[in-house]
Design a protein around this ligand. Structure first.
Ligand SMILES: *Cc1c(COP(=O)(O)O)cnc(C)c1O
Length: 467
């Protein structure tokens, strides 16, 4: 063993103490750390001939890069849909690294960590009130979850048309209907060779909605003349958190033959809110569902799950099987995640979610979800109360989508940039129905009413400059 490596092994305790101490300092000061870093990126580092060991690497990281670490997991990082990291999730994540399992089987020799993943999927199903007929697994994010679900949908559609797409490739048109898909579903269709340009776009409800117009959906289905198709629906669009009408979609299933996918990346967690769970009525009738964990579950990146009906297991294995052997026998006996999703080798991705679910339970998450919704309403009411600001849509769940009343694109961009450059809050720009806007999303368990007050004060100070 080379010397720095041997020395590191001998001083492992000190390394772990130093690293955990640094992590602790970061977490303790998270509410005051900047959300936008005002630093110069250092030039390209050089690969050393002889390394200096972990502690020297830590010092080098601190000199070169530590100040570039923004408070992405902090209470006022409201851009995108960025969750935080609960203490239990951090514990699970660190231990997943330390244990370094290659999670594939639940019964195999040498590894059975998939049993933990299956247990975690069970916990999530319980949290989300979903039935046991959904088989799930962990992937890196909702993008890969959408990809996985749509890959099985593609296999199903091929099967309906009498082809095995995994073997033969795509030989026929594969109709996909959707109204306001997340960009990652469009990207998935591109990656799957289905062609993002082949989407049949269904109208949204009028006025000012992102949810699917069911009457137009039915008209577009009729135009397919009985061809089976894939429907991508939304449980929470990113701009205005609009939900498709799942009860109406479920009712269409008795008349038409389609694969029903729901992207519920963050919106699935609305099931925990007594005032909003109705938005998910009948969602459990879908064929596949995407849920992100690194958003509202507040576990570190990269964590999301796909949930696909067990009845499609054979199609799923046909789409993803890693061996040429046909899938035969008892599915649990030969259960292996590498035949069910894109990756082969994977870390024990479920462990952060397992820890946090066990640590805080249903009540803990219900409180997080309800508090996020409450804070979004408070911030939304503030926006609505200011003549200089305008909501682009009602606050339907946890996102406030707004703009300047007198806002052309440049002015909105300049205002957002000035706000973000305070380093105290971070929001992201958007375009909603051709209007330049700003999004603030609440999914972090750390965010409090005091944070909302702080941001309100910042905005009030800036507004006079952007009339
Ligand atoms: C965030 C998000 C995605 C993409 O998720 P990643 O975790 O970034 O891959 C997909 N769909 C919706 C609705 C989202 O909010």
């Amino acid at each position: 063993m080379n010397k720095p490596l041997q020395e590191d092994l001998d001083s492992l305790e000190r390394i772990i103490q130093l690293v955990s101490g640094q992590g602790l300092n970061y977490l303790k000061a998270l509410h005051t750390r900047y959300t936008t870093a005002d630093i110069r990126i250092p030039g390209q580092g050089a690969l050393p001939q002889k390394g200096g060991g972990s502690i020297a690497a830590l010092q080098l990281f601190n000199q070169r890069w530590e100040s570039a670490m923004v408070a992405a997991s902090g209470p006022r990082y409201w851009g995108f849909v960025t969750g935080g990291t609960t203490p239990a999730a951090i514990a699970g994540d660190w231990l997943a690294t330390v244990y370094d399992q290659n999670t594939q089987t639940a019964k195999g020799e040498g590894d059975l960590s998939a049993a933990i993943e299956l247990e975690t999927i069970g916990l999530l199903r319980e949290l989300l009130n979903l039935p046991e007929c959904f088989l799930g697994g962990f992937v890196t994010g909702a993008t890969m979850s959408n990809f996985t679900c749509l890959a099985v949908a593609r296999q199903w559609l091929g099967n309906q048309q009498g082809t095995d797409i995994a073997k033969q490739g795509i030989t026929q048109q594969l109709p996909v209907l959707t109204a306001t898909p997340h960009s990652s579903s469009v990207k998935s269709l591109a990656m799957l060779g289905m062609g993002s340009g082949n989407i049949i776009t269904v109208n949204t409800l009028q006025p000012n909605r992102e949810a699917i117009d069911i009457r137009d959906l039915e008209a577009k289905i009729r135009a397919l003349n009985g061809q089976p198709f894939i429907l991508i629906s939304s449980a929470g669009t990113v701009n205005t958190v609009d939900y498709d009408d799942f009860a109406a979609i479920a009712a269409l299933r008795s008349h038409y033959n389609f694969w029903w996918h729901i992207d519920a990346a963050f919106g699935g967690f609305a099931i925990l809110s007594e005032t909003h769970q109705h938005l998910l009525k009948d969602w459990e009738q879908a064929d596949s569902i995407t849920v992100d964990c690194h958003k509202w579950l507040n576990v570190p990146y990269e964590s999301a799950v796909f949930l696909i009906r067990e009845q499609h297991r054979l199609l799923q294995v046909t789409a993803f099987q890693n061996s040429n052997a046909p899938y035969l026998g008892d599915p649990l006996e030969s259960f292996n995640y590498l035949n069910l999703l894109p990756e082969n080798s994977r870390r024990l991705k479920a462990l952060p979610a397992w820890f946090t679910l066990m640590a805080y339970g249903r009540d803990g998450y219900k409180q997080i979800i309800e508090e996020s919704i409450r804070l979004a309403q408070i911030f939304g009411a503030f926006v609505a109360s200011r003549p200089e600001l305008q909501l682009l849509a009602p606050v339907r769940l946890n996102t406030v989508c707004f703009t300047l009343t007198a806002g052309n694109a440049e002015r909105v961009a300049a205002f957002l940039s000035a706000l973000n450059q305070t380093g105290k809050v971070f929001m992201t720009p958007t375009l909603y129905k051709d209007q330049p806007g700003i999004r603030a999303t609440f999914v972090n368990f750390r965010t409090t009413e005091a944070d909302v007050e702080l941001v309100k004060a910042l905005i009030l100070r800036l507004l006079p400059h952007y009339k």
